[in-house]
Design a protein around this ligand. Structure first.
Ligand code: HEC
Ligand code: HEC
Length: 504
């Protein structure tokens, strides 16, 4: 109770008058042990309200220039882009996935919500859709026809590659080898998604959906990604080496790393660390920077830096659209070949200024991690002990220290952070995981606030888990032993472990 009261006081102080928090903060915070600073001293925000995932890091708040950029970047994330030309937030389309970041990352935090219908107008639905070939190893995406992240929206007269009304998400019951029972006899229920797309919902006549599969991936959380970016490549590789020798975890390092260590997504030798599949190595080339382009199809005016000055479309899409009578009306006098060439041009007109993009990246990098809560509570302490003893830490590595010279935001160098992830991929052998068979260990920091911030507790890469216990019960494969220990715990211990997870 004492701590909760202090949190509320600190929060109120911070919100009402910053002078008040300046006077009181040091003495209040001095009582918190290191682990309360989930994002390190310079990357943690002490606020546990519904705004918990939206806070700037102290390092940003204390610097006027950065703070202004942060606020400008926040607007870019939250506003819907529009198709009309030459106004603020112009550049949407011609084909797109959503109009804004916030459309899929509500409050930037935790996960989006489990839904029964793929409806991109539904603010709860933060799913990305993938269409892939299930008959080949590595489940390659159908990239001749569709972009890696499937587009389901278009600015008229363009047509979307997939019509959303033809996408079905079915939630199926799953019974595990223990008949869905904890050892003490208590029952639980598990569900998983099955996604299908009707053939007539596909724009391309010669694409055979029956030879393909579709799956959905949910958002992870944006806060704290600047800190993960600041972990050194060497430390990441050392973690991978260590897991190799331990033999406990496959510890697959980023999908974009081959034996020579070359990353096709970014020049240089960076191991992947972002997204469930670790396909992205740095924040500058990461899922957020990339999303400006491939979610909204907005072209940024920084081709040298982002390398993205063409439209996010496939040639097949450009070809089919160039033959579409409605599309031809907006290109008077052009042949269909010229329309196709124009759509495929490598140098489209820039739609977002370099200043806006810089501000957007300050916001992205500067989102603080919410402080841990209640760590001194005896039940939470008990849960922590169980988390270590059960072997969860083998993958959910509690802490890292960021590198000493993180140039994009120097103040978050040398921070001891508590993300509870090894940033490596593992096989949990889940029933029908879709494309995410080898999944990065999801960071656990801040997730205990999901109920307060987002009003739900849906978890795992496709949100099949409706709460933390179900998330743990889906752990098989490399994590089977740990899951087994959890299943055998008394109810009191299970609750304590979950209380710890809610606190970090
Ligand atoms: C269509 C929904 C959708 C929209 C809109 C969207 N994202 Fe995402 N985002 C996702 C999904 C799904 C993932 C996890 C997917 C994966 O692993 O490929 C993700 C992952 C991320 C991650 C990686 C986090 C991590 O820990 O690796 C960041 C950062 C991110 N998004 C930022 C953004 C930003 C910034 C925007 C706006 C420019 C944005 N996203 C727009 C769906 C979306
Ligand atoms: C072998 C590595 C490994 C071990 C051991 C492990 N986990 Fe995980 N954990 C993962 C991976 C990988 C994911 C992401 C799986 C997915 O989304 O498909 C995950 C996801 C989770 C999630 C859901 C995160 C989210 O927000 O989606 C929770 C909660 C969790 N683990 C808790 C635990 C606990 C508690 C233990 C110990 C009983 C444990 N894990 C042991 C690898 C592991």
């Amino acid at each position: 109770m004492k701590l909760i009261t202090k949190f509320i006081l600190t929060t109120v102080c911070m919100l009402i008058i910053s002078a008040c928090s300046n006077n009181n903060e040091p003495s209040v915070k001095a009582e918190y042990s290191e682990e309360y600073y989930a994002g390190g001293k310079n990357g943690t925000a002490f606020i546990a309200s519904s705004f918990a995932y939206k806070q700037p890091m102290p390092a940003i708040e204390e610097n006027n220039t950065l703070y202004k950029q942060f606020m400008r970047g926040e607007r870019i994330s939250d506003k819907s882009f529009v198709a009309s030309e030459d106004m603020a937030y112009s550049g949407l389309g011609p084909v797109y996935i959503r109009k804004s970041c916030i459309a899929c990352h509500p409050s930037y935090g935790g996960h989006s919500q489990r839904v029964d219908k793929y409806d991109s107008n539904d603010s709860r639905c933060g799913y990305l859709l993938m269409i892939y070939n299930p008959n080949e190893p590595n489940l390659p995406l159908a990239t001749k026809y569709f972009t890696g992240m499937t587009q389901t929206r278009a600015v008229s007269p363009f047509k979307p590659p997939v019509n959303e009304s033809g996408i079905t998400i079915e939630w199926k019951d799953y019974v595990d080898e223990y008949g869905n029972k904890y050892e003490d006899g208590t029952t639980y229920s598990l569900i998983y998604p099955k996604v299908s797309i009707a053939q007539d919902a596909i724009l391309f006549d010669d694409f055979d959906m029956s030879q393909h599969a579709a799956s959905i991936e949910a958002t992870i959380g944006i806060y704290g990604t600047g800190l993960l970016d600041a972990i050194s490549d060497e430390d990441l590789r050392a973690q991978w080496q260590e897991e190799q020798t331990r033999g406990y975890c496959a510890g697959v390092i980023g999908a974009d790393i081959d034996e020579t260590g070359k990353n096709p997504y970014f020049p240089g030798l960076h191991p992947g660390r972002f997204t469930y599949l670790c396909t992205r190595a740095t924040l500058d080339n990461g899922p957020g920077a990339n999303a400006i382009w491939n979610i909204t199809n907005v072209i940024t005016d920084l081709p040298e830096r982002t390398g993205r000055s063409e439209l996010y479309i496939t040639r097949e899409y450009a070809r089919v659209m160039s033959l579409d009578a409605d599309v031809q009306t907006i290109y008077p006098g052009l042949t269909s070949q010229e329309i196709e060439d124009s759509l495929m041009s490598k140098r489209q007109k820039p739609e977002m200024s370099a200043e806006d993009y810089e501000a957007f990246m300050v916001w992205h990098r500067g989102l603080a991690v919410p402080a841990a809560r209640n760590l001194d509570d005896p039940t939470v302490q008990r849960g922590k002990k169980l988390f270590y003893e059960t072997g969860c830490v083998a993958c959910h590595r509690p802490s890292w220290t960021t590198r000493s010279n993180y140039t994009p935001l120097p103040s978050i160098s040398n921070q001891k952070i508590y993300p509870y992830t090894d940033l490596l991929r593992h096989n949990l052998e889940m029933k029908e995981p879709g494309r995410v068979q080898l999944c990065r260990t999801t960071p656990l920091w801040g997730k205990g606030l999901m109920q307060i911030v987002s009003g739900h507790t849906d978890r795992l890469h496709d949100l099949r888990a409706r709460n933390t216990a179900e998330a743990i019960l889906w752990h098989g494969g490399e994590a089977k032993q740990a899951k087994e220990k959890f299943r055998k715990m008394s109810k009191e211990d299970r609750d304590a472990l979950i209380k710890f997870l809610d606190a970090i």
